[in-house]
Design a protein around this ligand. Sequence first.
Ligand SMILES: Nc1ncnc2c1ncn2[C@@H]1O[C@H](COP(=O)(O)OP(=O)(O)OP(=O)(O)O)[C@@H](O)[C@H]1O
Ligand SMILES: [Mg+2]
Length: 504
Amino acid sequence: MKQAFSLLCLNLGGPSSRVAEQLLAAGWEVAQAPDLASAARLQAQRRFAVSLLVAGAATGVPESALETCVQASSGSEWLAVCEPEALDAPAFRELVLGSFLGHVLLPLDLRELEALLRHAGQRALLRQRHEADRRHAIDELGMVGQGPALTRLRHQIRKVAATEAPVLIGGESGSGKELAARAIHQCSPRSAGPFVAVNCGAISPSLIQSELFGHERGAFTGASSERRGFIEAASGGTIFLDEIGDLPIELQTNLLRFLQEKTISRVGGVRNLHVDVRVVAASHVDLAEAVAVGQFREDLFYRLNVLSIDVAPLRRRKEDVPILAEFFFQQCAAKGKTATRVRGFSRQAVTAMLAHEWPGNVRELFNRVQRAVVMTDRRLIAPADLGLAAVDNPVGMGLDAARTVAERDVIGLTLTRVGRNITHAARELGVSRMTLYRLMEKHGIALDSESRPHATPAWPAAAQALRDPPARLIDAARDVFAADAPQTAFRADWSRAGKPAGRA
Ligand SMILES: Nc1ncnc2c1ncn2[C@@H]1O[C@H](COP(=O)(O)OP(=O)(O)OP(=O)(O)O)[C@@H](O)[C@H]1O
Ligand SMILES: [Mg+2]
């Protein structure tokens, strides 16, 4: 066998089947499919690293069917060997341009095809390695990321999961508080029980008491039958009280009683019901401050805050941005939301994502990727597809200035990646700790500040505006991109977009 990868050869039309014969004669191992149905059968049995379409002057099948076949094997690198006339059909041309790694024309130059096959094989192996690494970065809790902040979070989740005490999760909007709450439940001895998520901020104050605690028949107009509330529904499991800071103060008293005595009474009821439920709460506002201004009961705060976990904002764990983006990209691909030609992110897109401050955190990243995969016309997603400004190359700047910018960026990004640990950063950068301190002082990088690559002066004025709040971000983005990429003229509030509304 000539190759370390599996090869499928799909023959569509004309005298082209001789291509497979020539490959077999030259020592290649080839699985042959004379039509789309056979290709589908073979693809269902095994994954081919490389797929070769051999096309006559006309393939004899609709391009849409061919595209479906290509899409069904999205992990495969596709190559085409075709009669020159086949490329006269615009739809076929588009498919080859968008979804194929390369093509050669008939009559066949076997050496040319073999070189292309070897190249495709290498790419396929590289892709497999990359996917294996990515799988490694996704745990059984559905949390993606490898950086120190996420490692610490996973560790804390496993620790608190083993106990029964309430947990308070803090973190900015979209940072992953609910995901952390679900993970706590999943790791806990209650995992076989229900996980009930209640968004306290999304239920109207007039309903929230009966929604949480349930009601007896006739408790109020319209209460024609008794009803269990969310707390009872979570019996044996975990209740997740999201946006707990929005709970009206009188209900805070009821909740405190439940936490202290493990009993509730339904609206209109006289019985005290014992309920076995663990409470996990989250808030994006600082509850200690809410206590200070009298909006949150101090005793409830201390009850809830027995164990606390903070989910770091994405800008403080930028090392996870590329891996999260790739994860969301694959999610979209698996749901068939991406055009087959889109293979991933361009290097510029990754740089732009690393430079962005992510005010809407992981949810914003998900939304931007989701939009980019639908809207892009390119094989590799560009910064503009993500609604981000391309980070300027330091062209036009003197060498000294360019070196200074590069030095500052690499120090900033390394510090972010290693969780701002000076020893680790110095080791990675190949300098002593003292030198690193000196360089940080030179560039004005504080240990507790965040990395802002190209803070000044590398960012053009319009791009700088993109780092400001969402409304301005969109206007500035329109100005920046209007000239060369009209498809990016969109409006969105990335920080809140896609956030599930009023779910209980
Ligand atoms: N580490 C992660 N890996 C994979 N997906 C993540 C991660 N963190 C967050 N997400 C995803 O990002 C989105 C937002 O996360 P989540 O709803 O948990 O945030 P939140 O902090 O509860 O937001 P909010 O304060 O707005 O309610 C979800 O789709 C979630 O699955
Ligand atoms: Mg939430």
